[in-house]
Ligand binder design. Structure first.
Ligand SMILES: CCCCCCCCCCCCCCCC(=O)SCCNC(=O)CCNC(=O)[C@H](O)C(C)(C)COP(=O)(O)OP(=O)(O)OC[C@H]1O[C@@H](n2cnc3c(N)ncnc32)[C@H](O)[C@@H]1OP(=O)(O)O
Length: 173
């Protein structure tokens, strides 16, 4: 798939944490009100990410009517959010919390409402606190991708990063 994302030189391989979620199990360490994965979010993508071998994962998302952009197809921003969620979850296999620094999406085909989008994702490697990932999406045939993505995630101190915002957090009612 065509992309203009350029990976920097000097990316080092990274290693799965020994206590990481086992292959085949859902990576389930985020909160229930998350727009990307939360079951209690008022509006959300409800993406389930499953750990794969090594530093890989898979995920699925149902394309619902509220996700419409162009007539009959998913909005590009919704797909972008889905890639962000999938790729942002995979660094948990390193047991390192991250936030998105840079996200790049390549749209290859329109995705119809009612589809199930399947995602594959892997961690390419890292440099210091920077973790690079890539992902692709298909509608059932992995040899026919409909979109791809690359991202840079930055490892954060979870407590410190959200310290000024926790009083604004929304909780399940
Ligand atoms: C929801 C979150 C929960 C997370 C916890 C639990 C995780 C559970 C999984 C859940 C899955 C969620 C998946 C969704 C994830 C989001 O959507 S997160 C929300 C969107 N992202 C944000 O809000 C981040 C906002 N930005 C920031 O807070 C700050 O810019 C950052 C990213 C923390 C970096 O700030 P900093 O710590 O001061 O570090 P800084 O020195 O600026 O940057 C570090 C390095 O990255 C480089 N860098 C930073 N930005 C860029 C860039 N855009 N391009 C290139 N290089 C960059 C810098 O140049 C620097 O490089 P070196 O000098 O080390 O070579």
């Amino acid at each position: 798939m065509k992309t203009s994302f350029v990976l920097p030189t000097g990316i080092e391989p990274l290693t799965r944490h020994p206590n990481a979620t086992r292959p085949g199990q859902k990576i389930d360490l985020h909160h229930s009100m998350c727009y990307g994965c939360g079951a209690d979010a008022e509006v959300g993508l409800r993406i389930a990410v499953t750990a794969g071998e090594g530093l890989t994962a898979t995920a699925t998302m149902q394309v619902e009517n509220w996700m419409q952009g162009g007539p009959g197809v998913i909005h590009g921003g919704v797909l972008s959010g889905a890639f962000d969620e999938v790729m942002g979850t995979v660094p948990l296999l390193l047991r390192r919390p991250v936030v998105t620094g840079h996200l790049a999406i390549d749209y290859a085909k329109p995705i119809p409402l009612g589809s199930t989008v399947h995602f594959g994702c892997e961690i390419i490697g890292g440099i210091g606190r920077k973790i690079y990932t890539r992902s692709y999406a298909h509608l059932g045939d992995p040899d026919a991708p409909v979109a791809g993505a690359h991202a840079l995630f930055i490892v954060i101190d979870l407590e410190q990063h959200f310290a000024d915002y926790r009083d604004k957090a929304v909780h399940p009612s």
